[in-house]
Design a protein around this ligand. Structure first.
Ligand SMILES: Cc1cc2nc3c(=O)[nH]c(=O)nc-3n(C[C@H](O)[C@H](O)[C@H](O)COP(=O)(O)OP(=O)(O)OC[C@H]3O[C@@H](n4cnc5c(N)ncnc54)[C@H](O)[C@@H]3O)c2cc1C
Length: 473
């Protein structure tokens, strides 16, 4: 869905810009930086209460980390993918906006995912006795990787309620996944197979806090208990922020990367790279942490907040979208989806159509250091490498795969990664400072939420921030 002319201020209108003094200030009650889900939802809530809002976005589109590849069949997601059962806010928002959602969970189970290690696809009946099977002795037949790791976390989760992850009493759990897995009796080989391969969070078991998994696993269970679904918006999840923007009474200014935020006793100036300045009584910043590192704050942010912005890492995921000219998997008898130890990572099968379960493509997700490896190659070479790796494992695919889309989230200057992560010891050092305001500047975004993840975290943070600001206007 496109933005209406009323709300969409196209910055390509150079003639218009030239006719105005460059530094003329657009004024509003609240300037919101970032037209992703959290920024736009906060804008909607504030506008509903009568505040004059203006949204300033660096990209040439709204949506941020919701990015639907509409040039591909069924608009698969380069970014935020699944709306889970317990996403009360996001599901309600999609309803309010008149969007249709489809449950993709049953579709995900229609093809078997193959295990491909050490250069070969390992037939399932050979897995238990295979030399590369480093599963614990009591789990030799289990599928390796994240789900298995998660089952062990779930069985040993010390948190009674996932929301208590950031409480001071939980500090003792803020240590590495590696230390936790060693305590479970896992060897280095078992850790490598089930954590480091196609890694869920971080770049290795050493640099991720297990406390964040204790939170995650408890939270996941609540999602599934409420309703075991993985919903996607028909036409793409990006339709959520797009529709909010189209309905917003205030303007959404695209192509306006913010370079500086200066506050004084009566308001805040938001200064863009091209010199355009927006002034508000209050500002909400919704950008992820990596792009915020380049924004100049005057006065400086409090030291703890500045340190959190600088030091918290972001997860790296690259996606290569593939189409097959023929269903080659019928020839070699393996499913098209594969869990591999190669730079192509895990290949999933896409069935994106609303009224059909036909295969619409494949998606290779490369994570952590494998994503870093693709980033060193650049887009074209990375896509070629993924196809070459797939063909090496599956000669039947030779000449039948085409790369039709590519996304590196770490290389995206307005994201700098997929979502915020935590090194061991960082939760209790930085968590209290992420959502705190600094004078007239307020902060939302998925990384500032405490009780949710992903899109629901973005929506949770928008509500918290909008109410915080309303009290101050
Ligand atoms: C690969 C991937 C898979 C995911 N899968 C899921 C999933 O299955 N389920 C789920 O719930 N969530 C998922 N997520 C997470 C979800 O997409 C995000 O949590 C959510 O979209 C974040 O919204 P946000 O508003 O906090 O941030 P963003 O969407 O990043 O919005 C911030 C906005 O700020 C803008 N910006 C940045 N810097 C500047 C600047 N200097 N000046 C002006 N504007 C700027 C950005 O362009 C962006 O539009 C996934 C994300 C990724 C990347």
């Amino acid at each position: 869905m496109g933005l209406s002319r009323r709300t969409f201020v196209a910055t390509s209108a150079l003639a218009l810009a030239a006719s105005r003094p460059l530094h003329a200030k657009t004024e509003a009650d609240v300037i919101i930086i970032g037209a992703g889900l959290s920024g736009l939802y906060a804008a909607r809530l504030l506008a509903d209460e009568g505040a004059k809002v203006v949204v300033v976005e660096g990209r040439n589109r709204v949506g941020g980390r919701l990015e639907s590849y509409r040039h591909l069949e069924g608009s698969p997601e380069a970014g935020g993918d699944s709306i889970l059962g317990g996403y009360g806010r996001v599901r309600d928002l999609a309803d309010q906006l008149g969007l249709t959602v489809v449950n993709h969970r049953p579709r995900g189970r229609l093809s078997q995912t193959e295990i491909a290690l050490g250069g070969n696809v390992i037939p399932r009946d050979e897995w238990a006795a295979h030399p590369l099977n480093h599963m614990p002795a009591n789990a030799k037949t289990s599928f390796p990787g994240r789900r298995f790791f998660e089952s062990v976390v779930a069985a040993n989760n010390p948190l009674d309620a996932f929301e208590s992850w950031a409480d001071p009493e939980s500090k003792k759990y803020d240590r590495s996944v590696h230390a936790f897995l060693q305590e479970q009796g896992w060897s280095e080989e078992t850790i490598n197979l089930n954590y480091n391969t196609n890694i869920g969070r971080g770049t290795s078991a050493h640099d991720c806090s297990v406390l964040t998994w204790f939170f995650r696993i408890g939270w996941d269970k609540v999602q599934t208990d409420i309703e075991n679904v993985a919903l996607k918006v028909v036409g793409g999840n990006q339709s959520i922020p797009e529709t909010i923007a189209a309905q917003l009474p205030g303007d959404v200014h695209l192509n306006k990367p913010v370079a500086a935020i200066h506050q004084d006793a009566t308001g805040v100036d938001v200064i863009c790279e091209d010199g355009t300045t927006f002034r508000g009584k209050r500002v909400i910043n919704s950008t992820p942490l990596p792009p915020l590192r380049w924004v100049n704050f005057d006065p400086l942010l409090p030291a703890e907040k500045a340190a959190a912005i600088k030091m918290l890492p972001s997860m790296k995921i690259n996606k290569v979208f593939l189409t097959a000219t023929e269903p080659f998997w019928d020839d070699d008898g393996f499913g098209p989806g594969m869990w591999t130890d190669t730079p192509m990572g895990q290949v999933a099968v896409l069935r994106q159509l609303e009224n059909s379960t036909a295969v619409t493509g494949l998606i290779a997700r490369s994570r952590g250091i494998m994503a870093e490896k693709l980033d060193t190659l650049g887009s074209e070479a990375a896509q070629a490498l993924v196809i070459a790796e797939y063909e090496k494992l599956r000669p039947a695919a030779k000449g039948k795969l085409k790369a039709v889309g590519y996304k590196s989230w770490a290389k995206d200057r307005f994201a700098g990664g997929t979502w915020m992560e935590w090194h061991p010891g960082q939760v209790h050092m930085f968590q209290p400072h992420l959502a705190s305001s600094a004078g007239r500047i307020h902060f939302c975004g998925e990384h500032t939420a405490q009780s949710n993840r992903g899109m629901e975290a973005a929506a949770e943070s928008a509500e918290r921030c909008a109410f915080e600001v309303l009290d101050m206007l």
